[in-house]
Design a protein around this ligand. Structure first.
Ligand SMILES: Cc1cc2nc3c(=O)[nH]c(=O)nc-3n(C[C@H](O)[C@H](O)[C@H](O)COP(=O)(O)OP(=O)(O)OC[C@H]3O[C@@H](n4cnc5c(N)ncnc54)[C@H](O)[C@@H]3O)c2cc1C
Length: 371
């Protein structure tokens, strides 16, 4: 919007330091990479990020590779941590004269149905009010935007999974050049990476489990067991400096707009992380919304704004389907029997041996087109 000359103010409840240090997602779709470059925030990402041209699916003690460029006409993904994306976006906005008001509190949205909605908030002990034409509710799952929509307007679609992910960060060299998604009788494991020195790895666990139950010794023993291959592959181990357990759910509200409020990102939808889509969906939502707002100021037409929710949801539901499918294929479900496990192994065999099935996974992983 700033590039289109549209004035906006960003309100953020946390400090700049806090948002720039919160470690979360790390895989950027081709479209998110293109967006960062288009808006002029991509230089450091292109220098320091790691292009990945495939992933490995590990099952039955063997690896099968999905080759993204070969299956998608040259597309790939970029491994570049979300907090680095945030640093680049914040720096660009401040350098180019944009406003971000950090550490605001008591944010309230008013007059959503009126021509000029208002946002009230407190900062530094004082109360403030902003008048505006539109409000973008990009405040995540715990924000105030979604609850500001009157009861009865939104339909909620949700699935809670009976497992969570136990994630670690460790100081070690990469165990693999590309991400490894592994299905084992003991459960799912993921080998990811952040940099040549810092590795991100995950294990499927009970969502009620606690990190205190996972000593470093037990953690590495479990990774070795779930990632074992017939040719004796072992993960590269190192000191673990961060442990977290996150629940997994799929969640969507419809519509993503009410009056002059437009929801984007986790405020409107959540995906299980297996498809690496959460951050990317937030980016594609704001791209669709920014275009619609720009078109409104340019031509006076409200058409794209009226269609925002429907346009965004078509892509969101496809990413939901993909994330649900990857999650279902790669995790052991409590009570799942030997038959279910055989079907999962067979699906992985099919997905990695049929060009059509491999291409379907690849085109979804690198990101479906925006339009
Ligand atoms: C531990 C963890 C690991 C994850 N790993 C992955 C992964 O590997 N792959 C993946 O694709 N996705 C992952 N995700 C999901 C991904 O990070 C999110 O989908 C993504 O951050 C969504 O972006 P967003 O801008 O919509 O919301 P957020 O990133 O949550 O940003 C919302 C912002 O709004 C601010 N805010 C909240 N309330 C208010 C308020 N009232 N007023 C002002 N500001 C407010 C918050 O401080 C926050 O900065 C992970 C999430 C978590 C928590």
């Amino acid at each position: 919007m700033q590039l289109a000359g549209i004035e906006s103010v960003v309100l953020e409840s946390r400090s700049r330091k806090d948002i720039e240090e919160t470690i979360r997602a790390g895989v950027l779709e081709q479209g998110t990479v293109d967006l960062m470059n288009e808006i002029g925030a991509g230089a450091r990402m292109m220098r320091e990020g790691f292009p990945h041209e495939g992933i490995h699916l590990r099952f039955d003690g063997r690896d099968r590779r999905i080759d993204f460029p070969a299956l998608t006409g040259g597309k790939k993904v970029m491994v570049y941590a979300q907090h680095e994306v945030i640093k680049d976006l914040v720096a660009l906005r401040l350098q180019t004269g944009g406003e971000i008001r950090f550490e605001v509190s008591e944010v309230g949205l008013h007059g959503l149905d009126a021509e000029a909605p208002r946002v009230r908030y407190r900062q530094g002990g004082a109360s403030h009010e902003l008048g505006c034409d539109f409000i973008a509710g990009c405040d995540g799952t715990q924000g105030v935007s979604r609850p500001a929509i009157p009861a009865g307007v939104l339909s909620v679609y949700e699935r809670i999974y009976p497992f969570g992910w136990y994630g670690i960060l460790c100081n070690a060299p990469p165990s693999s050049d590309e991400l490894i998604y592994a299905l084992h009788e003991r459960g799912f494991a993921l080998v990811s990476t952040r940099s040549p020195e810092v590795q991100r790895m995950y294990l499927q666990v009970d969502p009620a489990d606690k990190v205190e139950n996972w000593s470093d010794e037990r953690t590495w023993a479990e990774f070795r067991a779930r990632l074992a291959t017939r040719d004796g592959w072992l993960p590269k181990e190192g000191p673990i400096f961060h442990k977290v357990i996150v629940g997994m759910r799929s969640f969507v509200v419809e519509p993503m707009q009410h009056g002059r409020l437009f929801l984007a990102g986790d405020a409107a939808h959540v995906v299980p992380p297996t498809g690496a889509k959460g951050l990317n969906l937030a980016a594609s939502d704001v791209r669709i919304l920014a275009r619609a707002i720009a078109a409104h100021y340019k031509s006076g037409s409200r058409e794209l704004l009226q269609d925002y929710s429907a346009t965004a949801l078509r892509r969101i539901w496809k990413a939901q389907r993909f994330s649900w499918w990857m999650t279902s294929m790669l995790h052991r479900f409590p009570g799942g029997d030997a038959f279910q496990y055989r079907v999962q192994l067979s699906e992985l065999d099919y997905v990695t041996s049929s060009r059509a099935a491999s291409a379907s996974l690849a085109e979804n992983y690198v990101g479906l087109p925006l339009d």
